[in-house]
Design a protein around this ligand. Structure first.
Ligand SMILES: Cc1cc2nc3c(=O)[nH]c(=O)nc-3n(C[C@H](O)[C@H](O)[C@H](O)COP(=O)(O)O)c2cc1C
Length: 455
């Protein structure tokens, strides 16, 4: 992560704060108030380590972290990630043995040395929010990486929220159900992203990370378990996940900025901790822009993949910010057949179970411009022919309005024009104008922008 911090700094994208700030809601309040800005808090009250947050608050930052240019489009980013997911590297990268010298501190785990934040008023306590759990499946022999929030219970014990996916499957393969794990904080961008992606069980996320980093992934074995972790990590914890040791987890503010339910969840007890004198502790504030980017990307990949098979030509897909990058999707498409709008809607719902609303618009509508989308609703949509309501479908436990078992209703809005319509009647009118008129408009626009930015 340190190379990425340096890169953000060189590009002028990292705000460094030298004023001592508290881990108790002071840092999180700044991160959330300015959620489009990456931060490095160099002085943290009562702690040696600095804190970094909002590092991946824009897709441009993420693109930079993956070696693309900041001007890479969403399409470039998704193409790169999609290829790595479909064709991961053969190997997980170079793996060296454990060496004391890679970290300045290799000691008994003591979480009180880490500047773990309390983020929101009513949260249960201090939460590790950017911890990647590395575990190995005894069945496949492959490492699995996933991000899990962890509530600190004592100096070496946490309770982790584990939605039943691959880590739960690994636990079910163990007898008794205790899983050696390493928790990595502050890995290279390719590893953080890969941990958030939903990859087929039995393929190590390291293979995807290795592909994303052009084969330059340097891992090392841990001291006490058989797991590999990136050498370029800020903090590594080694311990054991005990599936049947259930403790209350929550309240915690999740993606929707509402408090998630309190549930009994498994604990992790740490034995060892490795860090450097100048390690930086990474946080991802729940419900922040970067949280929704990481939660949305895996869904976006699935949606695009599904759409590419369902309809002929997609102009763009927007998982909107207002829908937490997770629940609402706007698809813009070139219709070839009547019914393509509704097919696109069904294809999105089938690909991504958290979706609650899908709006289909024609390809002359920019799905990222919500005013244009609403204009399409105003001028092209009729509720008697364009609405789809699906009741009793699988939703997400993150949606507080869904049922206890995360069952939800879904709404599709087809705002595309029927094929036989006279398109001229629905065209947005334009004005052909001179370069002079255009330059006057541009000048006034940039003046307005400067005035707004100076406020
Ligand atoms: C910032 C962040 C926090 C997350 N928190 C959790 C969590 O607390 N529990 C959980 O089960 N998944 C959480 N996730 C989602 C999983 O990490 C993600 O679905 C991952 O792909 C699961 O890995 P798997 O496919 O190997 O099961 C989080 C993701 C991100 C990006």
């Amino acid at each position: 992560m340190r190379d990425f911090l340096e890169l953000l700094e060189r590009k002028g994208l990292l705000e460094k704060i030298g004023i001592p700030l508290s881990t108790d809601r002071e840092i999180s309040s700044i991160l959330l108030s300015l959620e489009d800005q990456a931060f490095l808090f160099r002085q943290v009250k009562d702690f040696q380590m600095s804190v970094a947050g909002n590092l991946y608050c824009t897709k441009a930052n993420l693109a930079l972290g993956l070696g693309l240019s900041a001007s890479a489009t969403n399409y470039d980013l998704l193409t790169l990630i999609g290829k790595a997911v479909r064709y991961p590297s053969e190997s997980i990268g170079s793996v060296s043995g454990f060496r004391d010298s890679d970290f300045d501190h290799n000691e008994e785990a003591d979480l009180s040395k880490l500047p773990i934040l309390k983020h929101f008023d009513e949260e249960a306590g201090r939460y590790i929010t950017a911890g990647i759990v590395v575990a190995k499946s005894p069945e496949t022999g492959e490492d699995n990486l996933s991000v899990h929030r962890m509530l600190v219970l004592s100096k070496n014990k946490v309770v982790a929220r584990i939605v039943p996916r691959h880590l739960a499957r690994i636990a079910s393969e163990m007898s008794p159900k205790s899983v050696p794990v390493s928790v990595v904080i502050g890995p290279p961008p390719s590893v953080f992203l890969s941990a958030a992606l939903q990859i087929e069980y039995g393929t190590s996320e390291y293979r995807v990370a290795s592909k994303l980093s052009g084969g330059k992934l340097n891992l090392m074995k841990c001291e006490h378990n058989d797991l590999a972790v990136p050498i370029d990590s800020e903090v590594v914890l080694e311990g054991e996940l005990v599936w049947d040791d259930l403790v209350d987890e929550g309240p915690f503010v999740d993606l929707t900025r509402t408090y998630d339910d309190v549930r009994k969840q498994p604990t992790i007890t740490f034995r060892k901790m490795h860090f450097r004198n100048d390690s930086t502790y990474q946080v991802v504030v729940g419900s922040s822009r970067e949280h929704s980017i990481f939660m949305g990307l895996p869904q976006e990949l699935k949606i695009l993949d599904s759409l590419s098979r369902a309809v002929s030509k997609i102009r763009g897909v927007n998982l909107t910010q207002g829908g937490n990058g997770y629940f609402h999707c706007i698809v813009s498409l070139d219709k070839v057949n009547d019914g393509d709008g509704k097919t696109a809607i069904m294809s999105c719902f089938a690909a991504s179970h958290p979706l609650k609303l899908v709006i289909a618009v024609d390809s002359d509508i920019d799905p990222f411009d919500l005013n244009e989308v609403e204009w399409a609703l105003a001028t092209r949509f009729q509720a008697d022919r364009g609405l789809i309501v699906i009741n009793g479908a699988r939703g997400s436990s993150l949606d507080p309005s869904s049922s206890k078992s995360a069952v939800t209703s879904k709404l599709g809005i087809d705002a595309t024009l029927p094929m036989n319509q006279d398109r001229a009647k629905f065209k947005r009118a334009t004005i052909s104008t001179s370069d002079l008129a255009r330059s006057i408009v541009e000048e006034i626009r940039s003046k307005h922008k400067q005035v707004l930015e100076s406020k």
